[in-house]
Design a protein around this ligand. Structure first.
Ligand SMILES: Cc1cc2nc3c(=O)[nH]c(=O)nc-3n(C[C@H](O)[C@H](O)[C@H](O)COP(=O)(O)OP(=O)(O)OC[C@H]3O[C@@H](n4cnc5c(N)ncnc54)[C@H](O)[C@@H]3O)c2cc1C
Length: 502
């Protein structure tokens, strides 16, 4: 009997309901739909994609939460993952400058970060000749993490192993400090911290190393926007018979005995299924669940996990053909306290740091149409508008954002003289924007912080006490393209295995 027929005979609407159409939800949906399972993805927003959403202003398309990817050369990990999910052909890439993929600017100094372990090591040894041994240890660790990571093992052997304890119970900052003596080189190695909102003594080594490994040998912008990833996944899901519904906010997961039986949408509609995956932020999922199976202590543990810091983003629209395309990412730090910035950004003068990236509309473009400048921002700064809804937050909120935007532009101008003149218009987003468009707790950029000082307490398991309800997404696995896709596959395969046992 086919799975579709089985679902129809049992009176179910669908075999699997997936809450959230971000990268995790779409990846899980594709894996399940390919198996012929009737799957429906329910998305609260008007646009699917979660962090892959894009928006247009005056003809320029802006990305909101996926700006560059790496390991995209033949045989590399993300290349293989894209092939596995059949998206490579739909995503146009534009390579960042191999000799200065990232530029790290700390106080008065700038450092070009080239692709390639050897190239990076040679460049750093010219500046820090005594650090050969430390850099050797650093790369050995990064390569070991990459080689043994669950996603690598999955792509090679077809199963997901557990994360190695030594990578999740030691901190990224601690490892770097133990192996590198020079304070400036430590800061340079921490310079990619905004890609995971790294915090001293808390962010685990694994998170740092998977990000470093992903971009080590090559890095690419997604020409035309990151929504192409979501659109490609959606096309394949629908080809396999899966359904994606937007403007479909799940309000409740209905549980009977030890199983979920249906979800209730905000509209009042109920959708039944045999299995459920929630890729919403775990705190959001808990709000949908009212069952004694979820004990108070568990609920509190999840609510108490610190979330990675949120951000303020400035979206710049440039005057046509005025701003030469910057084919590097520019990481700026106004102090050397890189690991302290996420938790202390509310107390410090704004901005403490920012990441400046030009948007890529097409490969080899001469001029940029737009850019983003992303800076850490604590949710507390926008708490006054906690109860507000998008576009209806009031003039004082608009003024708050305008002031922040001007401060950010001033600082940008100091490092890129003339940029202000090239800006035709700008737009902004705050922690409230991320909260409302992706449902993430307090607008957190990358979901929950996997804290090496309490690895167990800050881990969110994919299984719940509701037997047929699973969790996935960036808070459950690792944030970012690779971790979230791998998590989406893992969760879907767990459901497939369960269905096989029925
Ligand atoms: C500013 C920023 C920049 C980033 N840059 C990069 C980058 O350059 N490279 C990279 O690899 N990663 C980057 N990331 C991280 C990456 O985008 C995320 O880790 C990943 O996309 C998260 O996917 P997800 O599916 O777990 O969550 P999300 O994308 O947040 O998806 C969750 C979805 O669930 C929906 N939802 C929530 N509640 C409900 C409900 N009740 N009913 C229905 N739907 C619901 C939400 O609307 C959302 O669409 C960035 C993230 C941010 C925020």
């Amino acid at each position: 009997m086919t799975a579709t027929l089985a679902a129809c005979l049992s009176g179910m609407d669908k075999e699997v309901v997936i809450i959230g159409s971000g990268l995790a939800g779409l990846t899980s949906a594709l894996v399940l739909a390919r198996r012929g399972l009737p799957v429906i993805v329910l998305e609260k927003s008007k646009q699917m994609g979660g962090c892959l959403q894009t928006f247009y202003r005056k003809g320029v398309k802006f990305e909101t939460g996926m700006h560059y990817i790496g390991s995209m050369h033949e045989g590399e990990i993300l290349y293989r993952m894209f092939d596995f999910l059949d998206i490579r052909g739909d995503v146009v890439l534009s390579r960042l400058d191999a000799s200065a993929c990232d530029i790290i600017s700390i106080l008065d100094d700038r450092y070009q970060i080239p692709n390639g372990e050897e190239e990076f090591t040679d460049a750093m040894l010219k500046l820090f000749p005594a650090e050969r041994e430390g850099l050797k240890n650093y790369w050995a660790m990064v390569n070991e993490v990459a080689r043994t990571s669950p996603v690598s093992v999955y792509m090679d052997k077809g199963y997901f192993p557990l994360l190695k304890e030594e990578f999740i119970n030691q901190s990224a900052s601690g490892f770097i400090d133990r192996n590198i003596s020079d304070v400036r080189l430590r800061q340079i190695l921490a310079g990619n911290a905004p890609l995971y909102a790294g915090v001293r003594d808390r962010t685990n080594l694994y998170t740092h190393a998977v990000v470093r490994a992903l971009y080590k040998d090559n890095a690419y912008r997604i020409a035309g926007g990151s929504d192409s990833i979501a659109l490609s996944l959606a096309k394949s899901i629908e080809t396999c018979g899966g359904v994606i519904r937007t403007s479909a906010e799940v309000e409740r997961i209905n549980v009977e005995a030890d199983r979920a039986i249906s979800v209730s949408l905000k509209t009042g509609e109920k959708i039944h299924a045999s299995h459920f995956i929630s890729t919403a932020h775990p705190a959001r999922t808990l709000e949908m669940l009212d069952t004694p199976l979820i004990r108070k202590a568990w609920r509190e543990r999840i609510y108490n996990i610190t979330n990675t810091v949120s951000n303020f983003t400035l979206y710049l629209k440039f005057k046509p053909d005025t701003m030469p395309y910057l084919n590097s990412n520019f990481f700026r730090f106004n102090s050397g306290e890189i690991w302290e910035m996420p938790l202390k950004c509310a107390q410090a003068s704004f901005p403490q740091q920012w990441l400046y990236m030009h948007l890529c509309s097409a490969p080899e473009q001469a001029y940029a149409q737009g850019a983003v400048v992303i800076s850490y921002m604590d949710y507390g700064e926008v708490e006054a508008w906690h109860g507000s809804k998008p576009s209806r937050r009031g003039d004082d909120y608009e003024e708050f954002k305008r002031k922040k935007a001007e401060l950010l532009l001033d600082d940008l101008e100091r490092h890129f003289p003339g940029v202000r003149n090239a800006v035709e218009d700008y737009y902004t987003s705050s922690p409230l924007t991320y909260r409302d468009y992706t449902g993430t707790e307090r607008g957190s950029t990358y979901g929950m912080l996997h804290d090496c000082s309490m690895p167990l307490e800050t881990a969110v398991p994919k299984r719940t006490k509701v037997r047929n309800l699973y969790l996935s997404g960036q808070s459950v696995y690792v944030h970012g393209i690779l971790g979230v896709m791998a998590g989406g596959i893992d969760t879907a395969q767990t459901v497939v295995a369960e269905l096989g046992r029925k």
